[in-house]
Design a protein around this ligand. Structure first.
Ligand SMILES: *Cc1c(COP(=O)(O)O)cnc(C)c1O
Length: 397
C-alpha cells in the first residue's frame, strides 16, 4: 500500500470545488492535531523491521507527506485519481516526455509556452521523438498532422499571449481515434475554470508557479490523470529520475490552492472589466480576451470555461515603442514576466517572452509589434483601470 492509497481522495469527490480546495488531501495531523499539514522536513523514515516502514513512507524522493497532501489535493481539484508533483512545470513536462521512445510522434500546439517549445525541440528531439506543431484551434489541422506514429496530442488553452482557445473535447476525440494520449497544459485556466479530464483529456499538466501557487513565491509543476497505468508509469519516472519538489514548496502551493476559487473569481472579474475598458478605448487597436463577445471563440469559452480567465492582451497602434512605453509607465502593474500571482503584472511579448521568435514569424502568427500582455491581479479594479488609463495616455494612445 502506498501513502496515496491510505488517504484516498475518493471520499472528497462528492463535495464542491471550494470545499475540496481546502480539505482534499488534508486532515489534522494524527500525532499533534495540527490543522495545517506540517512541512515534513525529513528525507527518510523509521522502519519497524526491514521493509516495514512505520507510516508507509520510506524516502522523500519517492513520497513525502506534505507532497502527498498536495498531490491528492490537485487530483481532487482536476477530477483525477492521481497527482504527481515536480520541482517545476518543465520538470513535469520532462517526466511526461520520459515515457516516449525514439520514433514516437507528438502533435503539439503552434503557440506553446516558450520553454515547452524549447524542451520539445532542443532536448527531446535529440532523443528521436518527433514533433509536429499545428494550429490546435482548428481540429482539421490537427487531424492532418496525425501520423501512424502519433502517440500524443499536446495543447494549451487558453494560449499565450493571444489567448486562443482549443476545443478540448474535439482534441480528445481525435486522440482517442488514433490511440494517442491527450495532454492539456491547464496552467492559464486552472481547474477552477476548466477541467480537461472531464472533457476527455488523459493528462493535465500544470506550472504550479502560476495561479495554483498564486503568490509568485514558489516554482512547481504537476501531472494529473485518471488511469492507473499512467499513474504507475509516471510515478516510476518521478521516483527514478527525481525532479520532485521539497516539502516547503509543496506547503506553499497547498496554501495557494485553498484560496484558488476566491482568487480566480476576482482575477476574472477584474480582467473582464479591464478588457471591456480597453476595447472601448480609441487608442487600443484590438483586445484579446476569451470572455469578450468579440473573441473568435467566445462561444467555446462559454462551453468549456467558467469565466474568461485573468490574462488580457491588447494591441497599441504605436508598435513596439508604444507597448514598451505603456509597460514602463504603469505604477501598480509591475513590469515582469510570469503570471498568476495576486499582484498585477505587465509585459511586452515582442521584446520579452516572445523576443526569440523572428519578427516576421511573430507577425505571421498574429503577434503584432504593439502587443501588451497583462496578468490581472486581485487589487481593486478601479485602481487598475486608472493605472491602465494613465499609462495609455503616456504611451500616446
Ligand atoms: C510557466 C509555464 C510553464 C513552465 O512552468 P515552470 O514552472 O516555469 O517550469 C509551462 N506552461 C505554461 C503555460 C506556463 O505558463
Amino acid at each position: 500500500m502506498t501513502p496515496q492509497d491510505k488517504h484516498s481522495t475518493q471520499e472528497q469527490t462528492s463535495t464542491r470545488f471550494e470545499t475540496r480546495a481546502i480539505h482534499a488531501g488534508q486532515k489534522p495531523d494524527p500525532v499533534t492535531g495540527a490543522v495545517m499539514t506540517p512541512v515534513y522536513m525529513t528525507s527518510t523514515y523509521a522502519q519497524n523491521a526491514p521493509g516495514d516502514p512505520v507510516g508507509g513512507y520510506e524516502y522523500s524522493r519517492t513520497h513525502n507527506p506534505t507532497r502527498t497532501a498536495l498531490e491528492e489535493n490537485l487530483a481532487s481539484l482536476e477530477g483525477g485519481t492521481f497527482g504527481l508533483c515536480f520541482s517545476s512545470g518543465l520538470a513535469a513536462t520532462s517526466a511526461l516526455l520520459g515515457r516516449f521512445v525514439p520514433g514516437d510522434h507528438i502533435v503539439a500546439g503552434n503557440d506553446l509556452y516558450g520553454g515547452t517549445y524549447r524542451i520539445f525541440t532542443q532536448v527531446y528531439e535529440r532523443y528521436g521523438i518527433q514533433f509536429t506543431f499545428a494550429d490546435t484551434t482548428d481540429p482539421d489541422a490537427v487531424r492532418a498532422a496525425m501520423t501512424d506514429a502519433t502517440r500524443m496530442i499536446y495543447v494549451e488553452s487558453p494560449s499565450n499571449p493571444l489567448l486562443r482557445l482549443t476545443d478540448i473535447a474535439s482534441m480528445a476525440e481525435i486522440a482517442q481515434g488514433a490511440g494517442a494520449l491527450l495532454t492539456v497544459d491547464n496552467t492559464f485556466a486552472t481547474p477552477y475554470l476548466q477541467t480537461p479530464l472531464t472533457l476527455g483529456a488523459d493528462i493535465v499538466l500544470h506550472s504550479l508557479t502560476k495561479y495554483l501557487g498564486g503568490h509568485s513565491d514558489v516554482v512547481g509543476g504537476a501531472l494529473i490523470g485518471n488511469s492507473d497505468d499512467l499513474r504507475e508509469e509516471l510515478a516510476f519516472y518521478q521516483n527514478s529520475c527525481g525532479g520532485t519538489p521539497g516539502p516547503l514548496d509543496s506547503f506553499l502551493v497547498l496554501r495557494g490552492t485553498k484560496t484558488l476559487a476566491l482568487r480566480m473569481e476576482r482575477h476574472c472579474s477584474n480582467a473582464i472589466a479591464i478588457a471591456q475598458h480597453l476595447e472601448a478605448h480609441p487608442g487600443v487597436d484590438r483586445v484579446h480576451y476569451p470572455g469578450l463577445p468579440s473573441h473568435p471563440q467566445y462561444a467555446l469559452c462559454g462551453q468549456q470555461m467558467l469565466h474568461g480567465g485573468g490574462m488580457v492582451s491588447f494591441e497599441l497602434s504605436g508598435g513596439v515603442q508604444a507597448g514598451e512605453t505603456f509597460a514602463s509607465s504603469t505604477q501598480i502593474f509591475t513590469l515582469a514576466e510570469s503570471l498568476g500571482g495576486v499582484e498585477s503584472l505587465v509585459e511586452t511579448p515582442p521584446s520579452m517572452t516572445h523576443a526569440s521568435i523572428p519578427a516576421e514569424v511573430r507577425r505571421a502568427a498574429g503577434l503584432e509589434d504593439g502587443l501588451v500582455r497583462l496578468s490581472v491581479g486581485v487589487e481593486h479594479v478601479d485602481d487598475l483601470i486608472a493605472d491602465v488609463d494613465a499609462a495609455l495616455a503616456l504611451a500616446g494612445a
